[in-house]
Design a protein around this ligand. Structure first.
Ligand code: C2E
Ligand code: MG
Ligand code: MG
Length: 663
């Protein structure tokens, strides 16, 4: 068997090896049939040989047997292995072994007859073998070693023997054969190399096409992944810009757009809807006392309740902080109010956060489409107004927008605009209302009250002060009041013991610079701190009480007296009053006017507590002699009211005082 020698460049991948074996088998039928034809021709012409006849017969039979096996092997290959990923090594070994045996058969034949054959037989044999060698260069090009060896074995041994023989004619034929053998070896070598290159190139192309297909698949996969990522990112961006991250509800932007769509739809179908603007009550306190983490959990729970309550029928949005909006289609006004009240009841139930049970309330304003407006911004603003007005009036209830509300909103807007310029335009002035000591019948102090003339109209403080507080104007206005009161009363007709009492809003008091502002007013006017009272409404107890205490102590440290104004209207507890250690308690005028119907008991109780805690008590809103006498009888230290005097400009105080002293 021919040993197959492989050089490193002949060890490529299996596909190339298999293709080379395929090249061998593909041409095998033709090669074997040519061999059969040649061997048969030689046997028929020269088989009848007296010397070598027997050898030729056996050789012919053996060779035919070998060639038949090769034919069977070739047809087996064609039938079963061609085009499959067959075990090429076995097929290759079979083919090479049998082809090698064929070449040995020819060599044996040639070298056996060389000495005995006639000139004609030799010539014919060498021509046939040379042709076979020539054909083998192509037919066996699938294996270079086999191709080269085959050509070599077919011609070389016979030619060599002829070349070294004694017959000069045979010598010439031998040389020719040797030369031919050399050419055939080179031809086989080159044809095999060419075939191999072609197969390698074909396989590289296949690899390249496969690599291309793989790359293509890879690109498709990357593309699909990219598309997925883009889809996810788009969803994320949509959620970021449309969904409130805390509650998962629509945010302002998304809701305004969606409301626009709802309006268009309802318009085309001639339907209506109710827009409910929900504002939580008491949420700020939870945030302040329990922290933002707990506040967030409360908001999430509220959002879930609203969504559940709307039961998929409504469009829900977190409008901001603790404000939510629900839109419910096909509700009339009465149904909307009922829905709102039920919703408030649901929202007001306990919310369990960790181990705490918390509760918030809600106030709701309603605007109806199309009755109140047909534009999303307008409807939201109207419902917000209704909510805001309801909240001022009475929390935890529902209010439907009315046109009076619009008027009051317009009025508020005008006041707000007016307040912004009022100081600059010198529109404020102060009036003074004396407070009388019930025992000595002397003026104890005068309360300073602010007056505003705006566009020729006197706007009452109860109307403009809350707006000034809400929009922050109160700080500059309050500072002006303090300065002006100290300045005006520095040179007034009263003795030193008559003090002035200036009203201060809670929002002024909580500002860090408040004490400095008071000091500045005192220093710049030369007014004595011991002649100054500051009145702070009872609502201060709704703020941070510890901070209030600290401020009040600081003021008292300067020598200023502090009054709790409108006492009885708020929710201050007696313990808070005790903690506060103010100097004066002013009983709200509602108790004085209702003295005959139960107010007296409250006045007496307040007087009793104040006495125990060491406060002075002032009764506000004393309008009649009877009230004044009764209050004096109860033991109330001071009284203030229209019975003694209306608030008046400082210039009128002198006249009033002259008359008062005479009376
Ligand atoms: P207040 O501090 O309780 O002032 C007493 C209010 O009762 C004054 O109303 C006064 O005119 C009124 N009044 C006095 N005696 C009687 C009476 O016998 N009967 C009736 N019905 N009313 C009487 P005014 O001046 O309209 O002030 C209302 C509120 O506005 C004040 O209530 C005070 O809370 C606030 N305010 C007034 N001026 C200022 C100020 O300069 N700064 C701040 N922050 N608030 C002020
Ligand atoms: Mg007051
Ligand atoms: Mg008062």
């Amino acid at each position: 068997m021919v040993k197959i020698i492989k050089t490193p460049d002949e060890q490529p991948n299996d596909a190339i090896e298999r293709d080379l074996v395929t090249a061998l088998y593909d041409d095998s039928f033709g090669g074997v049939l040519v061999s059969i034809a040649c061997a048969s021709a030689l046997f028929l012409i020269f088989g009848d040989d007296p010397v070598l006849g027997e050898f030729k017969l056996y050789w012919f039979i053996a060779f035919m047997l070998l060639l038949t096996i090769r034919l069977l092997d070739t047809s087996y290959w064609h039938k079963n292995l061609r085009g499959t990923s067959y075990a090429f090594l076995q097929a290759k070994r079979r083919f090479i072994s049998m082809a090698a045996l064929s070449s040995f058969a020819w060599t044996t034949y040639a070298i056996t007859i060389v000495d005995h054959a006639s000139w004609l037989e030799l010539s014919m044999t060498i021509i046939i073998l040379a042709s076979l060698a020539g054909g083998s260069a192509t037919v066996l090009s699938g294996n270079r070693t086999l191709g080269v060896c085959y050509s070599f074995l077919l011609i070389f041994p016979m030619s060599f023997l002829m070349a070294i023989g004694e017959d000069p004619n045979k010598n010439v034929l031998g040389y020719l054969g040797l030369f031919f053998s050399l050419i055939m070896i080179l031809g086989s070598w080159r044809t095999a190399a060419f075939t191999r290159n072609a197969i390698v190139t074909k396989n590289q192309n296949t690899d390249f096409v496969k690599a291309l297909a793989d790359k293509n698949e890879e690109i498709l996969a990357v593309n699909a992944d990219l598309e997925n990522k883009v889809r996810l990112r788009t969803k994320e961006i949509f959620e970021l810009s449309n969904i409130d991250p805390l509650t998962g509800l629509f945010n302002r932007t998304a809701f305004s757009k969606s409301l626009g769509d709802i309006i268009s739809l309802c318009q085309s179908q001639a339907r209506g809807f109710a827009l409910l603007f929900i504002d939580l009550d008491g949420f700020k306190a939870i945030n302040d006392t329990q922290g933002h983490n707990v506040g967030d959990k409360v908001l999430v729970a509220i959002a879930q309740r609203i969504t559940l309550f709307a039961n998929g029928a409504g469009h829900v949005c977190r409008w901001g902080g603790d404000e939510f909006i629900v839109v419910i289609e096909d509700l009339d006004e009465g149904e909307a109010v009922e829905f709102g009240r039920d919703l408030i009841a649901s929202l007001s139930q306990h919310i369990k956060v960790d181990s705490n049970k918390l509760s918030v309330g809600a106030t709701i304003g309603v605007a109806m489409y199309p009755r109140h407006g047909s534009d999303e911004t307008e409807l939201i603003s109207l419902a917000d107004t209704a909510m805001y007005i309801q909240k001022e009036k009475n929390k935890a209830d529902v209010s439907v927008f009315t046109h009076e509300m619009r008027q009051s909103q317009i009025r508020e807007q005008q006041i707000k605009e007016g307040l912004a310029l009022a100081l600059q335009k010198n529109e404020f002035h102060l009036v003074y209302q004396p407070v009388i000591d019930n025992e000595s019948k002397e003026v104890s102090f005068c309360e300073v009250l602010l007056r505003w003339r705006y566009r020729g109209e006197m706007v009452p403080p109860h109307e403009f002060i809350p707006i000034a507080e809400q929009y922050g104007f109160i700080h500059d206005i309050g500072e002006w009041v303090l300065m002006e009161a100290c300045r005006e009363s520095s040179s007034w007709i009263f003795d030193d013991h008559v003090n002035i009492s200036v009203n201060v809003s809670v929002s002024q008091l909580v500002r860090a610079d408040f004490i400095a502002i008071v000091q500045n007013a005192l220093v710049s006017s030369g007014f004595s701190a011991s002649n100054l009272h500051l009145e702070i409404t009872e609502s201060m107890f709704e703020s941070n009480v510890d901070m209030m205490l600290e401020r009040i102590r600081a003021l008292q440290g300067l020598g200023i007296k502090v009054s709790v104004d409108d006492f009885g209207t708020g929710f201050s507890s007696l313990s808070q009053l005790q903690k506060l250690s103010a100097d004066i308690v002013k009983i709200d005028r509602s108790f004085i006017s209702s003295m005959a119907t139960g107010g007296q008991a409250i006045i007496q109780a307040t007087q009793y507590i104040a006495k125990e805690l060491g406060y002075s008590v002032v009764a506000e809103g004393v309008e009649t002699k009877a009230q004044a006498d009764e209050l004096a009888d109860i033991g109330i230290q001071c009284s203030q009211g229209y019975y003694f005097s209306y608030p008046m400009p400082i210039a009128e105080l002198t006249d009033w005082y002259q008359k008062f002293k005479k009376s």
